[in-house]
Design a protein around this ligand. Structure first.
Ligand code: GKR
Ligand code: MG
Length: 412
């Protein structure tokens, strides 16, 4: 019998380069923050990647003590152990925050299981139903470069022409076959113009727009009229389940969310009021890959479609997203990914995971199927330490250029 007990768990906060991408909250800072989990079980080393706030330093020793010695295949017991620590040390955390902490541990446990068995994670999730997972080009309005820095390789995109040029670069490099535009940054008229320019330039490609709740009900109705028949779906035009429900009732347009349904308690109210037609799953805060599969099954039962949300991330997450997406029967929209914006700093050994023809081939090697470059991890950890930041502050960074900027929503 192979030894499958957990013998080590380390949490490594990292920081990596991120371009100045605009959104309703402000603008991305020069460094994005993430959390890596390095887990040892039997004779394997495994990895998980989580949000920057997934496992704050003060809980790490207790989380480690709680999981050491557990069987790495017993993910429910591992989850219960992590949950108990968080309830004790951080009673103020709600279910979503606790699931956010568990997620990278679960991914690392699945990576370890796969490595121990010589099986890909998708097999542990029931098997890949497709060999490749489609992703969409995730476009942003952006500054040419960071404050006090030279322009970056993508250049400025602050109007329709800039966005179309960005789309062209993304499609030339990665072959994307659908497009999402992050909105909520400029006046909605400018954002609609950009979307219409994309529709003209790339006929037939599914298009989405996501202002992260920056629009009022009236603005949303005006945008929906102008984009009638153009969108695959409209993502979080307004805040809250009631607001989304009203928009859908008055426009009939399919609405997607990663904002008003972010934990199980939100599902029933959203479905009862027909507020959401497509749920954007995200294993990073829904509690890992198994829970994401369960979520997709619930969506199927409730007649809600499934797609996938992303935040700035590296290749360990891209691999995890791809495994779970491949194993979800009803995931029938291209997933979001920020990977093209961040891949230059990836910790995954080059060539390990690539977007080709708009899709990622489901890794077939053991576990997540990607190898992590430990020296790169140390480098990114050093950048995290040197930066002295522990939280994302898009609004604060925007105020350095525009002191009057406020992230209060709705803005338009
Ligand atoms: O990266 O600026 C961003 C996005 O706005 C991100 O923070 C969102 O969580 O991509 C996300 C979304 O779909 O809302
Ligand atoms: Mg969104």
């Amino acid at each position: 019998m192979i030894d499958t007990r957990i013998t080590g768990l380390e949490v490594v906060p990292i920081a990596f380069s991120d371009p100045p991408l605009l959104n309703a909250a402000g603008v991305h800072e020069p460094l994005a923050l993430r959390t890596l989990v390095r887990l040892r079980a039997g004779d394997v080393v495994a990895w998980g990647e989580g949000r920057g706030d997934a496992l704050p330093a003060d809980v790490v020793p207790a989380v480690r003590d709680a999981v050491l010695g557990l069987d790495v295949f017993a993910t429910s017991r591992i989850e219960a152990a992590v949950d108990a620590v968080l309830r004790r040390l951080r009673p103020e955390l709600g279910p979503r925050a606790r699931l956010t902490s568990f997620a990278p541990v679960e991914v690392a446990a699945l990576d370890a299981q796969g490595r121990l068995l010589g099986k890909p994670v998708s097999e542990l999730l029931g098997g890949a139903l497709r060999e490749r997972v489609d992703y969409s080009a995730y476009l942003f309005f952006k500054w040419a470069g960071h404050l006090d820095a030279e322009p970056d390789e993508w250049g400025e995109a602050l109007d329709a022409a800039g966005v179309v040029a960005q789309a062209r670069a993304f499609i030339d490099r990665y072959g994307f076959r659908s497009i999402k535009l992050k909105a909520g940054a400029l006046h909605p008229d400018r954002e609609v113009e950009a979307l219409l320019a994309l529709a003209e330039e790339f006929p037939g490609l599914p298009l989405r727009i996501d202002p992260n709740g920056a629009w009022s009900h009236e603005t949303t109705l005006a945008v929906a009229r102008r984009l009638d028949g153009v969108l695959e779906y409209l993502e979080d035009p307004v805040l809250g389940i009631d607001g989304m429900s009203r928009v859908h009732a008055e426009t009939g347009i399919p609405l997607a969310t990663n904002m008003c349904v972010v934990e199980t308690a939100h599902l029933l109210p959203a479905v009862r009021t027909d507020a959401v037609q497509i749920l954007l799953s995200d294993h990073h805060y829904w509690g890992g890959l198994r829970r994401t599969k369960d979520l997709a099954a619930i969506c199927e039962a409730m007649g809600v479609g499934v797609s996938m949300h992303s935040n700035s991330h590296l290749g360990v997450s891209l691999a995890a997203m791809t495994h779970v997406a491949a194993a979800i029967p009803n995931l029938d929209h291209a997933c979001d990914t920020h990977y093209p914006w961040n891949r230059a700093d990836d910790v995954v050994v080059p060539g390990g995971i690539e977007i080709v023809d708009g899709a990622v081939a489901v890794p077939t090697g053991p576990g997540l199927g990607v190898e992590v470059d430990e020296s790169r991890v140390e480098e990114l950890h050093e950048r995290y330490r040197a930066a002295g930041r522990t939280a994302r502050d898009d609004g604060g960074y925007m105020r350095r250029r525009d002191p009057n900027f406020t992230d209060a929503l709705p803005r338009y």
